[in-house]
Design a protein around this ligand. Structure first.
Ligand code: SF4
Length: 270
């Protein structure tokens, strides 16, 4: 085991990390950027954030990330080409073939089982999409919003205009867990996606939905202008803490089991 302490001589804050600059990059660094992924990583465990975004230690390929990436790419192409209105289910399944990422699977058999599951999930997704009345406005779009001292950014999976006229930002999940509405209220990522889309479209209220592809079900939350302002101020506070952090105190817990840096970390819960 090789433990990696925070070296005082090399201390950097979370702001350094969040900046666009990379070692050796001669371009003028842009303002610090903060995405839901980075923020969630920091909130789960600041030391994990340090290893990943300050030290930039490589992550291991994980089959569940590959599975999610494959499904996202298949759905992106499907919606960009007009969705269920213009394409048969076979096209969506062919997309999965084209977008399939093998990295992280232990054996070809494990990958094959997952591929079959992916086809099953997309078939169910297609049937639901056929009945859905909403108009898809954009998919897999990177959005950003300048805030005080940093730029908030994130890639939204899909944004629909619903038949009732409301905007809905949809975040796909390929894992098995479907959150409750209460949990969604505290979900920083979905709040950020709602904020980014609302500011881009200059429109509120806005619906944020987690679409669980395993369950083929979604759970959603509406946020109006004042609730979006609360999200904004929460993110702003998190950034203040992150940007001044130089110690990145470990927060061990069950998530240590999935942490790529556990072998460097004396605090890892085993
Ligand atoms: S092993 Fe646990 S405590 Fe250590 S960095 Fe990873 S998540 Fe944090």
């Amino acid at each position: 085991m090789r433990w990696l302490p925070i070296a005082p001589a090399a201390r950097r804050t979370g702001t350094d990390v969040a900046s666009n600059s990379r070692p050796g990059d001669r371009r003028k660094p842009g303002p610090p950027r903060l995405s839901p992924t980075r923020l969630n990583c920091y909130l789960e465990c600041p030391r994990q954030y340090y290893f990943g975004y300050v030290r930039r230690l490589p992550r291991r390929a994980r089959s569940y990330f590959s599975f999610g990436t494959s499904l996202h790419a298949a759905l992106q192409d499907f919606h960009e080409q007009g969705g269920a209105e213009t394409q048969p289910v076979e096209t969506l399944l062919e997309n999965l073939q084209t977008s399939w990422v093998d990295a992280g699977y232990q054996t070809p058999q494990e990958a094959a089982v997952r591929f079959d599951l992916g086809q099953e999930l997309l078939t169910a997704y297609y049937q639901a999409a056929e009945e859905r009345q909403a108009e898809t406005l954009f998919v897999e779009k990177m959005l950003s919003l300048p805030l005080e001292g940093f730029v908030l950014s994130g890639r939204v999976d899909r944004v629909d205009r619903r038949p009732d006229g409301l905007l809905e930002v949809i975040d796909y999940k390929s894992g098995g867990y479907l959150p409750s509405v209460d949990e969604l209220e505290n979900d920083t990522a979905i709040g950020i996606y709602q904020l980014l889309v609302a500011r881009k479209m200059e429109e509120t209220p806005i619906i944020g939905a987690i679409y669980n592809l395993r369950a083929n079900q979604s759970v959603s939350i509406v946020r109006d202008e004042s609730q979006l302002k609360q999200v904004e101020s929460r993110v702003q506070s998190h950034f203040q803490v992150l940007s001044r952090d130089t110690t990145f105190t470990p927060l061990p817990g069950p998530h240590c089991r999935y942490c790529d840096y556990a072998s460097y970390c004396p605090a890892a819960e085993r």
